[in-house]
Design a protein around this ligand. Sequence first.
Ligand SMILES: Cc1cc2nc3c(=O)[nH]c(=O)nc-3n(C[C@H](O)[C@H](O)[C@H](O)COP(=O)(O)OP(=O)(O)OC[C@H]3O[C@@H](n4cnc5c(N)ncnc54)[C@H](O)[C@@H]3O)c2cc1C
Length: 404
Amino acid sequence: MRDSRFNVVIIGGGIVGLGVGLAITRRFPALRLVVLEKEDWVARHQSGHNSGVIHSGVYYKPGSLKARLCVAGAAAMVKFCREHGIPHEVCGKVIVAAESEELARLEQLRQRGEANGLTGLRLIGPEELREIEPHVRGIKALFVPSTGIADYAAVCRKYAEIIAARGGTLLTSAVVTGIRRIGAEITVETSRGEFATTSLINCAGLFSDRVARMAGDDPDVLIVPFRGEYYGLVPERASLVRSLIYPVPDPRFPFLGVHFTRRINGKIDAGPNAVLALAREGYRHRDINLRDLSQSLAFAGFWRMASRHWRNAVGEFRRSLSKPLFVRALQRLVPEVREQDLIAGGSGVRAQALKRDGALVDDFHFVPSGKVLHVLNVPSPAATASLAIGETIVETAARALDLA
Ligand SMILES: Cc1cc2nc3c(=O)[nH]c(=O)nc-3n(C[C@H](O)[C@H](O)[C@H](O)COP(=O)(O)OP(=O)(O)OC[C@H]3O[C@@H](n4cnc5c(N)ncnc54)[C@H](O)[C@@H]3O)c2cc1C
């Protein structure tokens, strides 16, 4: 593969990079395309370590990319799964107000969802809530019928299979180490040789800001890793949860609060929390990467974020170390759940872009630079939205990247 020439190089074999590859190979089948992935297979990071929820689009600001691409992407995801025999289910979910102070925010969510074009949203009282989820305690809830669950690792495998069937190349164990841009020619240096291309799309997830810097661009954001830790309900207590049970989220943060999720394999997960990780791929407490850490500490926005949110960060950290505190958060939704019902589960690390002013980037964030496009913020619901993200990038970037 050394010194191969391509029309398009995509860095990152997660659901976003593969979604973009899928859209490009559909629209421009004659282009030579390669997806470069540093791991030995696709979906080894965020795309294979998430909650597996097909989000409906109820949370996001009307008109934002997240809102538009989530709603369109959810419908496309359900259709894709159905067409390709990928395990999925549209099971609906409840967002539960446990206290009266949360009622106004619940109503705002309903209005947001309707503004985003969702149908069938219903505010329900405690009796109807108990009919849907018999073990939940709440004074009111928002029922969202279009939310679903899917196996996103299987979705990624299918995206990769289709890209290959259309003539695209997926090269795994190919770590991108450098990018040179001379005139119209872009050379991507990897652990498996160099690749020449005329256009480049950076979908490197937790490393997308670093890849942008490799390409000579200033991304103006820092990717901050937030670990999400899960517990699993023991099988004998799985009946406490029928499908998806969420709290009313705190609007100051882009995370949804610990919740219960039924997986497509029938297991029930509780979580994820949102703990600042000390390494970009820091799946465990003891994972510390000095380069990642020092880069965060050297970024002015990091200290601004810390001064604004330190109280919440400490709370998340304590809850991460203390099972009783984690259980207490879950008992706000399902009072019957007890410490012995939960066993340690997996974790995932979210790539969240942070601005210099200390604000967490809320919307999806794509930054063009000549014939290079950097995908710099695609947190949840980007797995749901991956097909729509791919189509949007192809629409908007086809001319700029010279794909047409
Ligand atoms: C805990 C958690 C729960 C979530 N729950 C949901 C959910 O229920 N529903 C939903 O829609 N979304 C959810 N998300 C969000 C969703 O998983 C992500 O938005 C999505 O997976 C992002 O995809 P990606 O392709 O950008 O990133 P990734 O999957 O991280 O892919 C990026 C890829 O780039 C590769 N890469 C990085 N650097 C290099 C390099 N130098 N050279 C070559 N390759 C490189 C990495 O190895 C990686 O495979 C969740 C995320 C987490 C972490």
